[in-house]
Design a protein around this ligand. Sequence first.
Ligand code: GDP
Ligand code: MG
Length: 176
Amino acid sequence: MPPKTRKVAVMGYRSVGKSSLCIQFVDGQFVDSYDPTIENTFTKKLKVRGQEYGLELVDTAGQDEYSIFPAQYSMNIHGYVLVYSITSEKSFEVAQVIYDKILDMMGKVTVPVVLVGNKNDLHLERVVSTDQGRRLADHWKAVFLETSAKEHEAVSDIFTRAILEIEKAVGNLPSG
Ligand code: GDP
Ligand code: MG
């Protein structure tokens, strides 16, 4: 059977580690400085529950609270990875603004979302607690993960969970 193609947009405030997470996942390496203006689509095959998927990852250049939601991020996108940095309160707020815009744009009550608190290695600089992140994700009925692109912590979980959420939303998997 040919792999199913699923397209996921990675969104969030600037400098939270969107590109680092994508590159860590696709290439297995941590790049220390990646042009923040680059918009890239990465592809990677992965197997989830015995099914082969072709994942298309749209690494966006980043948004802020004033960004108009770009139409290309709502068309043919099956799910969203919303990234903030645990070291930035502002990035946590921006994730909430983006989420509201996604729902508006899609005109839906629920959209497959994985909320990601990245830079989990920077313990001393943490300003957003794990609890805050989890509460927000629960409120959205979304998946919540804390990750480190730098230390390769829970990075592939993001994309496996995104696929599972997407499949759940289209009724291919039992919920729960
Ligand atoms: P983007 O603008 O959201 O795509 O962010 P980048 O991936 O370009 O990362 C912004 C900066 O944060 C870069 O200097 C990265 O090296 C750094 N960075 C990204 N992820 C992590 C992480 O998990 N831990 C640490 N310590 N730094 C990170
Ligand atoms: Mg980037």
